[in-house]
Ligand binder design. Structure first.
Ligand SMILES: [Cu+2]
Length: 141
């Protein structure tokens, strides 16, 4: 390749970075994830509380196991949905439950917070179509 062609190829790659993450797992029809607890609008008396995660028409499976119709839970805290064609970030706003947990003890400072669930496949990439819950708002006292 000529130098100029290489530069053009690099420029094209920079313009289409998401193509590298195109691999997505199909979600089964009717798959639905929802927050069992806390309810939307709840006031939580302490900073530490359990989040209970519900899932219909789909199974929970630990990360790293590539099987059809399964995934693992992610709790999104105080953030919007991440890009749905890339692995879900892992930080204090994107909590992974890669062991297949369906409940988690979470600690948040006093104030208003949002919680939302998003399923990820064995590779932490949202399914196609993505399976995510309604976003709820809670107040921690
Ligand atoms: Cu994950």
């Amino acid at each position: 390749m000529q130098r100029r062609e290489i530069l053009l190829a690099l420029a094209a790659a920079a313009l289409t970075p998401r193509l590298a993450f195109a691999e997505r797992t199909a979600s089964p029809p009717g798959a639905e994830v929802y927050i069992i607890w806390p309810p939307d609008g709840a006031t939580i008396p302490t900073g530490k509380f359990w989040v209970r995660m519900g899932l219909r028409n789909m199974g929970v499976c630990p990360k790293g196991i590539n099987r059809p119709n399964v995934g693992h839970h992610h709790v999104l805290v105080d953030t919007d949905l991440p890009p749905l064609d890339q692995p879900i970030p892992s930080d204090r706003n994107h909590l992974h439950f890669g062991a297949g947990e369906t409940e988690a003890r979470i600690e948040l400072p006093p104030g208003k917070h949002t919680l939302q669930l998003l399923m990820g496949d064995y590779n932490h990439v949202p399914h196609d179509p993505p399976v995510y819950s309604k976003k709820i708002t809670i107040t921690v006292k």
